[in-house]
Design a protein around this ligand. Structure first.
Ligand SMILES: Cc1cc2nc3c(=O)[nH]c(=O)nc-3n(C[C@H](O)[C@H](O)[C@H](O)COP(=O)(O)OP(=O)(O)OC[C@H]3O[C@@H](n4cnc5c(N)ncnc54)[C@H](O)[C@@H]3O)c2cc1C
Length: 462
């Protein structure tokens, strides 16, 4: 391995200010608070925050960091925040806000500071749609580089399957236009490899001709939750690929953005999104609507721009705890286990315990990429909000859920749902072969180890 000896760490701010056009902020200075992430539980206190205005700013930051023996981390919204200390400079992409839609080629060129809702709204004017996740206020690049599993994943595949090119700055500060033809290895590594290979400054993506979907959610009372989950298991066994669905045990707080019938009680949500004919979609949903009387039923034809309403994920920043695993199957025993450990009356302190049905186009797509989970059948995710009185109970309970479901787990994790602070989780995100080629590429393009921070795949240092 060609790692150079690190120079002693020294204050990078004067050199950054000389080299970078965007704002450079040290602790306590205006702009530094951009580092505060959406995930309020994560400590982010870099030696400096660089509000990059261009690829040149990112390149210059890489070079200054190398000269000062520092690493460089990247953040946009902080939805997937990593713990960052003073040994890193944080490149914040909030100023890279360009978003240009080309209705002729059905593409969008999107800057690294853009959130999905902006792309959705601009594309919708032309009856077009990007492939997005459950929460449209998540950042475009963080989601895409983690592969991106959304509420239409069975019909349209992963978000990374729709990327045409990335503009990348490597750890040496080199700026590369990465396409499947020109740089197939880097392109594959950026599709699933998160920030391992560098900082993406913009991306070109395909848009799909989807103006409306038939979607939303059925919410049932907690007393019906066991029956609803049992029925959902049977129903998901042979759904058409037009349909994507997930189910979530919810314990939502009394809060202004939570509809009163769902606040302060245990409910179960069946999320549903179909790109097929609305009448056929309604008929396919029929068995779930018949299981019990919903407390709230939001399912119908909706404009694509409202796709965030399918999951209705939390919007406001919060201290959260997540655990996640992928399942190879959902048997009768798996469902009973889940009811016992996380259902109504189980004492679960989690705000959300969710199962997503996978398969369909996700299983078929992807010739070469760093995403290793196309064969997974279901995704399981727990989300707890770290506030009293439940905060202390959340991590141990989440571990119990994952352990209880282990007999049906593939052992894998989506890079986007994997705990960023846990280095062991990389082995659950990427198989051995993928880790080996990603690490080799990372060493080739970042021999000084400037990007060795957070959830990145690297060759261990000797
Ligand atoms: C409420 C909520 C709902 C979610 N729903 C889904 C979902 O449905 N499907 C799904 O797949 N994921 C989902 N996620 C996970 C989300 O996609 C990841 O946390 C993602 O990393 C967020 O990206 P960000 O840029 O917004 O976050 P940030 O915290 O700003 O960035 C997180 C990481 O993304 C990478 N990254 C960000 N910007 C760049 C860049 N310019 N270049 C290179 N790497 C970069 C880095 O590794 C960075 O550490 C959800 C998260 C939340 C909180």
């Amino acid at each position: 391995m060609s790692t150079l000896a690190a120079p002693p760490t020294t204050d990078p701010i004067p050199d950054l200010r000389a080299a970078v056009e965007g704002v450079v902020a040290g602790p306590g200075e205006p702009g530094y608070d951009r580092a505060v992430p959406w995930r309020l539980d994560v400590e982010v206190s870099p030696s400096a925050v660089v509000l990059a205005t261009s690829g040149d700013d990112v390149s210059a930051t890489m070079r200054v960091a190398a000269a000062h023996g520092l690493t460089v981390a990247v953040a946009s919204t902080g939805h997937g925040a990593l713990p960052i200390d003073e040994s890193s400079i944080l490149v914040h992409t909030a100023s890279l806000t360009g978003c240009v839609i080309d209705p002729e080629t059905r593409t969008a060129r999107v800057g690294a500071g853009v959130r999905w809702q902006q792309v959705i709204d601009l594309a919708a004017v032309h009856g077009l749609a990007p492939v997005v996740g459950s929460a449209p206020d998540v950042g475009v690049i963080g989601f895409l580089t983690g592969a991106g599993v959304g509420p239409l994943v069975r019909s349209v595949g992963l978000a990374c399957d729709r990327v045409r090119s990335f503009d990348l700055v490597t750890g040496t500060g080199e700026q590369l236009h990465v396409t499947p033809a020109a740089r197939p290895d880097l392109f594959a590594g950026l599709c699933g490899g998160k920030g391992t290979l560098g900082i993406v400054t913009s991306v070109e993506i395909d848009l799909l001709p989807i103006a409306e979907i038939y979607g939303g959610a059925l919410y049932f009372d907690g007393s019906d939750s066991a029956a609803v989950l049992r029925a959902w298991r049977r129903w998901t066994a042979d759904l058409s690929d037009d349909v994507t669905t997930s189910i979530a045990f919810l314990q939502l707080p009394q809060a202004p953005d939570v509809p009163p019938p769902l606040a302060g009680r245990f409910t179960v949500a069946v999320r549903y999104a179909s790109v097929g004919d609305p009448d056929a979609a309604e008929a396919e949903l029929g068995p779930m609507r018949a299981v019990a009387t919903p407390v709230v039923d939001t399912i119908g034809v909706m404009p694509y721009r409202d796709i965030g309403a399918v999951h209705s994920d939390p919007v406001d920043p919060m201290p959260a705890h997540e655990r996640h695993t992928l399942l190879s199957e959902l048997t009768v025993d798996a469902v009973e286990t889940m009811i016992e450990v996380a259902g109504a009356g189980s004492g679960s302190p989690q705000a959300i315990v969710e199962l997503r049905l996978l398969g369909g186009e996700m299983a078929r797509g992807g010739a070469a990429d760093a995403f290793c989970h196309r064969g997974a059948a279901y995704s399981l995710l727990t989300i707890g909000v770290l506030v009293p009185p439940v905060a202390d109970a959340i991590p141990a309970h989440a571990a119990r859920v994952i352990e209880a479901m282990a007999p049906w787990s593939t052992g894998g994790e989506f890079p986007n749902f994997s705990p960023a602070a846990d280095p062991d989780s990389l082995a659950r995100c990427y198989d051995e072969e993928t880790r080996a080629w990603l690490a080799a590429l990372a060493e080739e393009h970042d021999p000084n180890g400037v990007l060795r921070v957070g959830h990145v795949v690297r060759t261990p240092r000797v």
